[in-house]
Design a protein around this ligand. Structure first.
Ligand code: C2O
Ligand code: CU
Ligand code: CU
Length: 458
């Protein structure tokens, strides 16, 4: 029996016993995956995918240690499945088709239910028909609040992403073979919360937590803040425990697809003064992606009044007793048949892990890239043998980068490591969450043309 048959079998059994997926959990608001339209620029773009007919996917809010019920109903004619990026939750709630669940068919509902162990900034996106559905809009931010309020006056969530549009507002193809074989195919319309430079009001002099998420399928955003006293307080969901230099116009922060940064900032005191989240695009001057405007009589708060964010309950790897695994990311040898990377093939194979392109989720005998023993510590060497950058993402586990052949790396807990050209990075982790965890590049064209696999924690 192959994995697909196994899953088909177990799915059928669960359904027959009433343990399956249909039905609305009490008190839970259904998330309805549906077609949408929105004016991303002057014209209305149709053929988008969201959770409402005319708005971006909402920011979903949960609380650390409290159960979340998120029934996802699919009203599209295609399959889908929802993934909660960065959350260390049980494997069967991870939303990866064929690996952790069957895809959600048209008209079906899957009841996601989990308790986030960590606070921070996370996000959600489909892991089935990923290219199509993400490129057309289905990427949203998931905020998990700390059990104790860290003391901000307000919050601002910014979802950065591009769309690839014609002048008339219609979609261009989401990818090109040329792009997929290189750095990816870039969008031509950059947005914050689907808008062109939105302005948000916050009290003058107040302390704002700015959560910036890159949910793009391709672009590495290069950002900095201008006009505010600020500090980076979290990276990829987890509190930053070391001094993290504030990015500047000359030295912007690279946020790869899937990555997040939280700033603590103090709004200017003068009514109408602004703070800008600036981004750098090739061949253009820095551009404001979003603006925070100071309003009202100034309140006088200071950044140093903020308590450090509470550390999330992860286990520190035991480096002295860690076993080493190595993964090589590169182009794929010629001649591989195009395969089906987690439902929905792009029709090409360009990329590989350990020189083998992902053979497809429905292929027979697809084994894990590595099997890790539960509770043990590992060092994993990530070797980029290509000139392209790869945000390498591991589901279900948090890891710490420990060294690079190219640069000093701050020891930040993360789920997505942006590998630079020819970079070799070692990360350390404790294999403390059992299951089959997807492991892939978050440039979706790379993911879908071979740069995918999974790691088993037994
Ligand atoms: Cu953001 Cu495999 O996912
Ligand atoms: Cu993920
Ligand atoms: Cu990649």
């Amino acid at each position: 029996m192959n994995r697909r048959e196994f899953l088909l079998g177990s799915g059928a059994t669960a359904g027959a016993l009433g343990l399956g997926c249909i039905g609305l959990a009490a008190g839970a608001q259904e998330l309805v995956v549906q077609p949408a339209s929105f004016a991303l620029r002057d014209q209305v773009t149709t053929g988008m995918v969201s959770l409402s007919p005319d708005a971006p996917p909402p920011v979903l809010h949960g609380k650390q240690g409290e159960v979340m019920r998120l029934p996802v109903r699919n009203t599209l004619p295609d399959y889908t499945a929802m993934h909660w990026h960065g959350l260390r939750i049980p494997n069967d709630m991870d939303g990866v088709p064929y690996l952790t669940q069957m895809p959600i068919g048209p008209g079906e509902v899957f009841d996601y239910e989990f308790t986030p162990p960590d606070a921070g900034t996370y996000w959600y996106h489909p892991h089935c028909m990923t290219m199509e559905q993400m490129a057309h809009g289905l990427t949203g931010v998931l905020v998990i609040a700390e059990a104790a309020d860290p003391g901000f006056d307000s919050e601002q969530v910014i979802n950065l992403r591009d769309f690839r549009l014609n002048d008339d507002g219609s979609f261009l193809p989401a990818f090109t073979a040329r792009g997929a074989a290189r750095a990816g195919t870039f969008g031509n319309v950059q947005t914050a919360n689907w808008l062109d430079g939105p302005v948000y009001d916050h009290a003058a002099g107040s302390l704002v937590r700015l959560r910036v998420v890159n949910t793009d399928t391709t672009r590495i955003y290069k950002v900095h803040l201008s006009g505010a006293e600020a500090r980076i307080i979290a990276w990829d969901g987890h509190p930053v425990e070391v001094d993290f230099p504030l990015p500047s116009a000359d030295d912007p922060l690279l946020i790869g697809p899937g990555q997040r940064v939280d700033f603590a900032l103090k709004m200017p005191l003068g009514e109408g003064q602004t703070v800008d989240l600036m981004a750098k695009f090739p061949g253009q001057p820095n551009r404001s992606m979003t603006r925070l405007r100071a309003v009202g009589a100034p309140v006088s708060r200071e950044l140093r009044e903020l308590r450090p964010l509470p550390v999330n309950p992860t286990t520190k790897p035991d480096l002295a007793n860690a076993e080493l695994h190595e993964f090589v990311f590169g182009w794929t040898p010629e001649g591989g048949e195009p395969t089906n990377g987690f439902c929905g093939s792009l029709g090409y194979n360009f990329w590989s892990i350990n020189r083998t392109p992902w053979p497809g989720d429905a292929a027979k005998g697809v084994g894990p890239l590595a099997t890790l023993q539960r509770g043990k510590s590992y060092v994993v060497r990530l070797r980029n043998e290509s000139p392209n950058l790869h945000p390498i993402h591991l589901h279900g586990l948090a890891f710490v980068p420990i060294k690079s052949n190219l640069r000093p790396l701050p020891p930040l807990l993360t789920d997505t490591m942006l590998l630079l050209k020819d970079e070799v990075v070692e990360i350390a982790l404790v294999a403390d969450n059992p299951g089959d965890w997807a492991f892939h590049c978050h440039v979706i064209e790379h993911q879908k043309t071979g740069l995918t696999g999974y790691i088993r924690v037994d």
